[in-house]
Design a protein around this ligand. Structure first.
Ligand code: PLP
Length: 441
């Protein structure tokens, strides 16, 4: 009997003993094609030799130095690399150890910024329904997934939610994308006015929604309108790129495709590529200045922030991501994945929508394609897809509650950026078989 409190109790998990390229091998010698990078983490596959070497090299120098005593070359270098790559207007980096930590730090940063600039009344956070921002208390409160929040609601800090930008289900008949973006912008503005225009501190959103919606990007112009509204009321825009960032959508930052610059960005997952737990918050000069000219500190910190081995791994991952062939492959293989899924599943009566950007794709499963009626949640189609896929040697990332936290099923695909054409075809084949088996069962 395992002494670990596993995520689900009473199921037997295979034991991963090795990883190579885009495969994980278990103790029975079965290999699994990692079609989801775990949870959109393993962007360079498993055991990438260059990243392992960078970590070993750092281990030989210094493995840990507390950030209240020292900085390190690797942490400084990683911060420089990130700012070099980030859109102009993001100027400083705060290193953490994962996505939830990044979101928590971003929220506290936003709050302290308003204290520093003498607007201490600003305290409200607005985010979107059907979003996921992490599982710590502040991040969970920010996320808008009803099921994840339900039992913890009594202990969550107050947050507010508006509609996501989810064209497949919410775009109205004859409504243009422009009109839809405008409708959502009006909803955000109404929420701000309801809370008090000088009471809101931040609007938080994933540029491309991952875990809770399944690779849903915004309609054109949506984030431009959001940026304008935040500016109009002096609200900080926090974009959460923990899942969709670091090249996943074909650009290093997903927000590059929206033509806007937020005040704060959170990244993690692909930043460390799974080689080390690491996340980061990128912030504007304006926020940095408020801290520097005010109290002179950011009142936050964790024992492992700026960890040298994590920074060494991330620094190498980032260097590899910026090689020209990497984003090219994400775009080419992403197009191939979309085309393959369209061909294999586009006519299926049980597939309502196939969407995404780069190597970040989602398949929404429905009971009736015409009405978009979801399957009865009690059938747990998403769990069945996962099981059927694992039987076929495919890791994918299905989730239920797509529509409202309870109803709806989708599958998220996020293979490593080193994936090859024949492996894409294998992902399509295995996933199509798994979905067919899951709905038939
Ligand atoms: N934000 C987003 C958008 C995520 O997708 C996730 C994890 O899936 C998180 C935050 C939380 O990250 P972590 O699981 O590393 O704490």
């Amino acid at each position: 009997m395992s002494k670990i409190l596993h995520r689900t109790i009473g199921t037997t998990l295979p034991k991963a003993i090795a990883g190579a390229g885009i495969y994980i091998v278990d103790s029975n010698g079965r290999s699994y094609l990692d079609g989801s990078g775990g949870a959109a983490v393993s962007c360079l596959g498993h055991n990438h030799p260059e990243v392992l070497d960078a970590m070993k090299m750092q281990m030989g120098r210094i493995s840990y130095a507390h950030t209240s005593f020292f900085t390190t070359d690797v942490a400084e270098q990683l911060a420089e690399q990130l700012i070099e790559l980030a859109p102009k207007g993001l100027d400083y980096v705060y290193l953490v150890s994962g996505g939830s930590e990044a979101v928590e730090a971003a929220l506290k940063m936003a709050r302290q910024y308003f204290v520093e600039i003498d607007q201490p009344q600003r305290r409200h956070i607005i985010a979107r329904r059907q979003s996921y921002h992490g599982n710590t208390i502040g991040a969970l409160a920010t996320g808008g997934n009803a099921w994840r929040r339900a039992q913890f609601k009594p202990i969550l800090p107050e947050t507010h939610h508006v509609s996501p930008c989810y064209a497949y289900r919410d775009l109205q008949v004859a409504e243009t994308h422009e009109a839809y973006a405008e409708r959502l912008a009006a909803e955000l503005e109404a929420k701000i006015l309801q809370l008090g225009p000088d009471m809101v501190m931040a609007f938080v959103a994933e540029p491309v929604v991952g875990a809770t919606l399944g690779a849903v990007g915004p309609v054109a112009g949506y984030f431009k309108r959001v940026r304008q509204i935040c500016d109009k009321y002096g609200i900080l825009l926090i974009l959460d790129e923990v899942m969709c960032g670091m090249g996943r959508t074909g650009t290093i930052f997903a927000l590059e495709q929206e033509g806007i610059v937020p005040d704060i960005v959170t990244i993690a997952k692909g930043l460390g590529g799974g080689f080390q737990p690491i996340g980061a918050v990128l912030l504007s000069e304006e926020i940095y200045r408020a801290f520097a000219d005010g109290s002179g500190l950011f009142q936050h910190g964790h024992t492992y922030i700026g960890h040298p081995i994590a920074a060494a791994a991330a620094s190498k991952v980032v260097e590899i991501l910026t090689r020209p062939e990497m984003m090219e492959n994400v775009i080419r293989m992403g197009d191939r994945l979309q085309a393959g899924l369209d061909e294999a599943l586009g006519q299926s009566p049980y597939v309502g929508d196939i969407r995404g950007r780069g190597l970040f794709r989602g398949v929404e499963i429905v009971a009736d394609k015409d009405t978009k009626q979801p399957f009865d949640p009690s059938r747990k189609i998403h769990s069945r897809v996962k099981k059927e896929a694992m039987h076929r040697g495919l890791m994918c990332y299905p989730m239920g509650g797509t529509i409202d936290g309870i109803q709806g099923d989708h599958v998220l695909l996020a293979p490593p950026y080193i994936v090859q054409p024949e492996q894409i075809d294998l992902i399509v084949e295995r996933l199509s078989d798994a979905i067919r088996a899951a709905v038939a069962g």
